[in-house]
Design a protein around this ligand. Structure first.
Ligand SMILES: [Mg+2]
Length: 277
């Protein structure tokens, strides 16, 4: 199939809009048409969201992938119609798209570099900052993560570590269902319990999620994640005194020993990093 350029697609849409009478409009008529078409695009976006099952009261809705492409094209065509009525040219759109892409990429790079350049201690949430609550997928309702019991000492400890000049990255494998409030409830809980947090990450592969950061150590209660961190070369404190010997880089210990172990690792590594500078 011959490739179609963006300009050719816009031409097709422009021709259609002219058949619809969207030519030679005065300013008010143009504003009215653009408003109407934008609302239609919004309505198509709602169809897309329904298809993806974005509803808190339908938590187990299965996305209907079969229609996704055509739903997306419906939105795209309405946005092209808005562009045609507004009189945007393909060149203008391409330039604005490039400008916006550069801007968001620069922001992301800046954001990443801010943390990459800093020493980081990684904390797990469930079983470390709060009591582990065994929730099956079906049990994860809105608010389920708002009332988990904090470990006050560990929550306060995040501030101590931050005061040493270390960034705090919280990495959790909680399932960040978009149709539930897992992410927002987690953020609210962290604020309510005064946890220091420079970055909150939801990831199944925790070691991969922090690769690229200058991680001094990670604090975990899960042997599985501790082993993954250790295999990625990250010193890990595992709050489970019964799981010693799983890896040279994993120190298994009681909750009470976490402070001393983290303090020792941070002091030793930061001293070495300063000496190397
Ligand atoms: Mg955990």
């Amino acid at each position: 199939m011959a490739e179609m350029t963006f300009e050719e697609m816009l031409d097709i849409q422009r021709a259609f809009q002219s058949r619809m009478g969207d030519v030679g409009l005065d300013e008010q008529a143009r504003v009215d048409r653009m408003s109407h078409l934008t609302l239609l695009a919004y309505s198509e976006s709602c169809d897309m969201m329904a298809m993806l099952g974005y509803k808190t009261h339908h938590p187990f809705h299965k996305p209907q992938w079969g229609n996704a492409l055509y739903e997306w094209v419906d939105q795209f065509k309405y946005m092209m119609a808005v562009a045609a009525v507004a009189g945007f040219t393909a060149d203008e759109i391409e330039r604005a798209f490039t400008d916006k892409s550069i801007a968001v990429e620069q922001r992301l790079d800046r954001d990443r570099q801010e943390l990459v350049a800093q020493p980081v201690v990684v904390f797990d949430i469930d079983g470390v900052l709060c009591e582990f609550k065994d929730l099956s997928d079906r049990d994860i309702t809105d608010g389920a993560f708002l009332d988990v019991t904090p470990d006050e000492m560990m929550c306060a400890f995040t501030h101590t570590v931050q005061a040493w000049g270390v960034k705090i990255v919280l990495v959790t494998s909680r399932k960040d269902y978009r149709w539930r409030r897992v992410a927002s409830d987690t953020e609210i809980w962290l604020r309510n319990h005064g946890v220091a947090c420079d970055r909150l990450v939801f990831a199944y592969d925790k070691a991969e999620a922090v690769s690229g950061f200058n991680v001094l150590c990670a604090v975990e209660d899960s042997a599985k994640h501790a082993l993954a961190y250790a295999q990625a070369g990250i010193d890990t404190i595992l709050i489970d005194p019964d799981r010693s010997g799983i890896h040279d880089a994993v120190t298994s210990c009681s909750r009470e020993r976490v402070y001393g172990l983290v303090a020792h690792i941070v002091a030793t590594k930061m001293e070495a990093q300063y000496a190397a500078e």
